[in-house]
Design a protein around this ligand. Sequence first.
Ligand code: 26W
Length: 844
Amino acid sequence: MKLNKELFKDQFLEKLMTMHVKSLEETSNAERYRTLSSLVRDYISKKWIASDQHYQQEGSKQVYYLSIEFLIGRMLGMNLLNLGIYDLCKEALAELGISLDVLEKAEEDPGLGNGGLGRLAACYLDSMAAESLPGHGCSLRYRYGFFEQKIVNGYQVEVPDNWLDQGFPWEFKRSDQTVSVNFGGNIRVVSNDKLRYLHENYDTVFAVPYDVPILGYKNDTINTLRIWSAEASEENFICSTADMLDCVTSMEYTKTVESLSSVLYPDDSAYEGKVLRLKQHYFLVSASLQSIIKNYKQRALPLDHLADYIAIHINDTHPALAIPEMMRILIDVEEMGWDEAWKITVNIFSYTNHTVLPEALEKWPIDMIQNLLPRLYLIINEMNERFCHELWNRYPGDWDKIRSMAIISDHTIHMANLAIVGSHSVNGVAQIHTEILKTRVMNQFHQFYPTRFNNKTNGVAHRRWLLKINPRLSSLLNESIGSSWISHPCDLLKILKYADDHVFQEKLARIKRYNKSRLAEHIRDVQGIRIDVDSIFDSHIKRIHGYKRQTMNVFHIMHLYNLLRENPDLDIIPRTFIFGGKAAPGYHLAKQTIKLINTLATVINKDKSIRDKIKVVFIENYNVTMAELIIPATNVSEQIPTASQEACGTGNMKFMMNGAITIGTLDGANIEIRNVVGDNNIVFFGLTANEVLELHEHGGYNPWDVYNKDERIKTVLDQLINGFFPVGTDEFKSLFESFLYHNDQFFVLKDFASYADAQLRLDQQYRNRNQWLSMCVHNIAHSGKFSGDRTFTEYAMDVWNMNPTISPQCYCSNDDKFTSRLHGCAFTSKLQQTISSNNIHVPH
Ligand code: 26W
C-alpha cells in the first residue's frame, strides 16, 4: 500500500509503543528518533533485497570502494529525502506535535571518518546509488571515531568520540557472513606437484560485517556500505570458573582483538601504534576481499573473468594491501598461476592519490610486514623482484631510478609504489594535482606507465550539500528553473538567466540572510557570542594544518583589528570570521593555531571600541553536521592553501553551490572553479603552484625580508610574543619561530600582502549589492560541474569500465575522451536543447 500521512502516523505510533512501551507523551526526542529510524529501516529493507536481486539478475559489474574513512554524516533526513517521503513525514509528525527537525538533531554524526578523503568517499556512495550504479563501500566499524574536540580555555582537548553509545540504527549486523583474518605465524613451503605456501601458527580475528544501506534518490536503488568489526575467535576464549588465570588471559586477548577496530587513526607515534594501523589496514582488505570473492562465486561465474565483473578502487594507499591480498587469494586459495593472477589483479584495481604531502605517503618497515603478514610479505617481495626486473630491462644500470621506483627499498615497503604497480589506473583529484603527480611526485612512474595516469576532479553530493541543507534555496531554484537539477546538476546553469534579475537576487539575499540567522542563533545559544547577521560571514572550515594557512587568515584579522584600534571609524563592511576544524592530536603548531584563534576571539569580541565591526568565532567540534549549518550561511569561502599543496579541496565546491564567493589561491579545484565562473566571480591572490615549487627547489625565501619591509606583518608577528595577548609570552613562541626561524614553510608571509589586497577588493565588491548577488548566482549556476554524479560517471567509464546510465553531466566535462564517448548519447541532445533554449553560455 502506498504510504500516506494517516498510515505513517499509525505505523509510527505503533512502533513507538512496541519499542519503548510508552505513550507518545512519555517518550524523549532520542526515543522518537530511534522509532522513526527503525520505521525507515523497515521501509528500506524490502527495497534493499529487491535492489540486490536486480543486480544479480542483470549480471551487473560491481564496484567496491575501499576506504579507511567514510564520513557519511547524519542519515535520517537524507534517507527520507531519498525515499521521497521527507515532506510527508514532516507534516505527519507535525500533526502529532513532533518536529522532524528536532528528531534529526537527535542523531549522532557517525564517527567513521575525519576529513576530505572520507567525506569524498561518502559523496561518491551517494552519487553511485543516485545513478543506480552497483557501487559499494568497504570500511571499518570504529567503536570510537577520530575524537571529539572540546575547547577548554581556548585549547583543543581531545575526548573519545563515543558515537555508538546509543546504537547506530542504520546498520544491519550480518553475523552469518563473518570471515576470519589471520595475523602472524609462519609460512611452510611444500612442494608436491607444485609449490604451496602453508600459513601456520597464526592468530585469527573474526571480522563481523555490519551493512549500512545507501539509498539512491527516488530510484529504488539501495547499495551497501559494509563496515567490519573485529571480534575474538571463540576457540581462543577459554574461561572456566576453575581457572581464573585463563579467564583473565582470555579477556585480555579479547580486548587486544577488539582494539583492532576500536579507533580511527590510532596514535602511531610509537611502534605499537604503527602495528595497530597496519593491522587495521590488513583487516579491512582481507575481510573485504574474502567477502567480495565469496559473493562472486555465488554468482557461478568463472574466476578468470573476475575483472569483467568486479572493480576495486583503492582510496589512497591505506587499503593498498588489497593488491597482494588478492594475489594471495587467487594463488593460494584458488590455485591460479602468478601470471594469470597478476593480470586479473591489475585489471581489477585502480588507485586514487589524495595528497602530495610527503609525510602522508605511507611506508612500512619490512620487518613489521614480515612478522604480521608473512605470506603477504613473500608476495610483495615477488612483485618487487618482477617489477625491478622490468625496470632493469628498461633502464639497465640506472640503480638510482630503480631504487626510487622499487616497491621495497631501504628496508621499507613504499605503498604508493605498490599501488601504482598493481593498478591499471592511477588518478589525481584535480587537474593541477594530477599534473603535479605526473611531472613531479610520480614523474618516473608516469614515464614508465604513461597511459595509467589520469585526472578525476572531485565532486560532491549536491543532493546533500544543496537540496538537503539549503531547502529555501532549493525551493527558489525549483520555482525558477524546475527541479531537473536534482538529478541533472548541470541544469543549474539555467539560473544564469536570472543573474541580473533584481527580483531573483533579492529572493536569494533573503534566503542567505535567513540561513545566517540560523547560524547566528546556534552560535549565540552554544557559545554565547552575538554576531551581526548583516555582517559578511567569512568561513574557514577544514582540518587545521600549516598548508591550509588558517594562520594567514588570523594575521589578516589581527591587522584589521590593529587598523580599527587606531581608527574605529575605518570604513569596512562589518565581518564575522568563522573558523572550525580539528588539529591532529600530535600536531603542536596546529593546536597552537587553535589557541591563537580563540585568544584573538576573546580579545576582539569584547573590545567595545571597535564597535562590533569584526567578530571572531571558533566553532567547537567541526563535523559534517556543523558544515551543513555553516555552508549555507556563508558569504565568503576561505580557500587559501599554499599553492600546490591542496590536492583538490571539496569545501570550495559546497560553498559555491550555496552562493558563497571564494577568496582563494590558484590551487586544487579553485582553478577549475575559476575556469567555469570566470575571473569576475571569484577573488584570487598569491603565488602560483609553479612559483611555490620553484622557490622550494631553491631552498625557500627569506621571511625576514617581508618582516623588515612590511610594517603590518612586523606588528602582527611581534604581537604573538610581546604580551599583546592576555597569555604568557611563550604561548605562541613556536608559532612565531615557525615563520621567522624555520623559514615560513607555507609561504604565509610571502603571500600576506597579496591576500590583504584581495580582502580589500572583496570588501569593495560586496558594497555593490547587485553585482555581488550576480556573482553568487554565477557560482550556484556553475556548481553542477562539481557534483559527484559527474566525477563518478567519469570513474565508471574511464576507470571501472562500466556503463553508467549517463545523465547530462556530459557537457560539464572538459575531457575530450569522455565527451567523445558520450557523443550521441540521448542526454547530450536534450542538453543541447536546454543550453540553446535558455541561451546559456557553456565555458570550456
Ligand atoms: C593519517 C594518515 C592520513 C594521511 C593522509 C590520513 C588521511 C590522508 C588523506 C590522504 C588526506 C586527505 O584527506 N586528503 C584530502 O583529500 C580530499 C579528497 O580528495 C582533497 O579534496 C583534499 O585536497 C585532500 O587534502
